[in-house]
Design a binder for this molecule. Structure first.
Ligand code: LRH
Ligand code: MN
Length: 391
């Protein structure tokens, strides 16, 4: 089937897709070896949001920007939300940061020292205050907490401390708000990470309540992990809150989603479509969490959003009836072929058509390049402190 023969339902689903971009993708980022500064990098949260709005302007499907505190700390968060609205986007998840303070060397909410645990909890609660001001639904929690050597601390006691802080935070969030708990196999801890895998995150969320959901960061698994199984399982349990999309060849490389493994992204989106979880109402938040260490950042984000859109279009073109029939018949090769047909379908003509229908340029990358925005911000944004991870 050619993509352009796609049904009105498929086209509507693609027009309704919403992707959330991370403010920190527009700032300088790198590795412990080097952070390469780039011309025109934003200096303020306002400028980060302006750059994020460019991605939405050209793709039409990225109307939400995640913030990270304190990287995006401002005096007036309601004013920042109004600034975002003026630019045609809105503020999404608020990311807490308890991984960059000297006090957190031995952990934040899991630290043996109750004074430090209190300090970390206070930051989480401050982030909920910010959500109240920005109108955000999601508090995203990733803890770098862990240990580097056997015996360094008590594994079980750290889980008790974590559960205590999560319960206190869950107590504070409003009824329209959620906790999104993110797991990660390792780094910066290299022996035990206190939330290392989906099972640990899921178990803590079950203890907390309905408004605690799991975040799947696609770079946070052991090599060879079948991520779409985790997606299918958590969807079935109603506990998949969000994705942090990126891709990797080795570890938490935070490369552009779909760049390293477009087939994996397709398989993930297939499980999403199969569960009818692409709709905004499904509550699954499709976020990017990436670092453009060497490539230009706004085009990198546009390319990433297009990669998710293309994988989604291919997943929407899976002939579900033929697949179900082949699966029921035990037709292994037939079933696999149905999925591969969709994956091997060139969906770019369909997406160009849909953008044209939406009044967008059919080629967002070329349209952004022609806009001259990159040159303008490089000329305008001279002086001041370029944004980064501030580590
Ligand atoms: C941790 C992580 C987390 C964010 C950070 C920017 O690796 O994925 O989601 O807080 O990256
Ligand atoms: Mn992440």
């Amino acid at each position: 089937m050619t993509a352009t023969a796609a049904s009105p339902e498929v086209r509507a689903a693609l027009r309704g897709q919403q992707i959330e971009v991370p403010s920190w993708a527009y700032g300088n980022s790198g590795t412990r070896f080097k952070v390469f500064a780039q011309p025109g990098v934003p200096r303020t949260p306002e400028e980060k949001i302006a750059d994020a709005a460019q991605v939405h302007a050209y793709t039409g499907i990225a109307p939400i920007v995640s913030l990270h505190i304190p990287w995006d700390r401002v005096e007036d968060y309601a004013k920042l939300a109004a600034h975002a609205a003026d630019l045609g986007v809105r503020i999404g998840a608020i990311n807490a940061n308890v991984f960059q303070d000297d006090d957190y060397r031995l952990g934040s909410v899991t630290n043996p020292d109750p004074r430090i645990r209190r300090k970390a909890l206070d930051h989480l609660l401050e982030c909920v205050d910010i959500m109240d001001a920005t109108g955000s639904r999601d508090l995203k929690l990733w803890f770098s907490d862990g240990t580097n050597y056997p015996g360094q601390d008590d594994i079980r006691a750290r889980q008790d401390r974590l559960a205590e802080a999560l319960a206190a935070t869950y107590q504070r969030i409003g009824e329209h708000q959620r906790i999104l708990l993110e797991y990660k196999l390792f780094e910066p801890a290299f022996y035990v990470t206190d939330v290392p895998d989906w099972g640990t995150a899921y178990a803590h969320c079950l203890k907390l309540g309905e408004r605690a959901q799991v975040v799947i960061d696609t770079g946070h698994h052991a090599p060879g992990t079948n991520i779409e199984f985790i997606v299918a399982f958590l969807l079935r349990e109603g506990r998949l809150g969000a994705f942090d999309f990126n891709s990797r060849f080795y570890a938490d490389d935070d490369l552009m989603v779909g760049a390293a493994d477009p087939f994996q992204l397709f398989r993930i989106m297939h499980e999403i479509v199969r569960a009818d979880a692409l709709r905004v109402e499904s509550g699954v938040n499709f976020m990017l969490d990436q670092c453009h260490n060497i490539e230009p950042k706004i085009p990198g984000q546009i390319r990433s959003v297009l990669n998710v859109q293309e994988a989604t279009a291919k997943a929407l073109l899976v002939d579900a009836d033929a697949l179900a029939a082949a699966q029921a018949a035990g037709d292994v090769l037939g079933a696999n072929a149905v999925l591969m047909d969709a994956y091997n379908t060139d969906v770019r003509p369909l997406l160009r058509e849909i953008r044209t229908e939406q009044g967008l340029d059919p080629d967002p990358m070329a349209a952004y390049a022609r806009s001259g925005y990159a040159g303008k911000i490089a000329a305008d944004r001279v002086g001041g402190q370029q944004a980064g991870w501030g580590a």
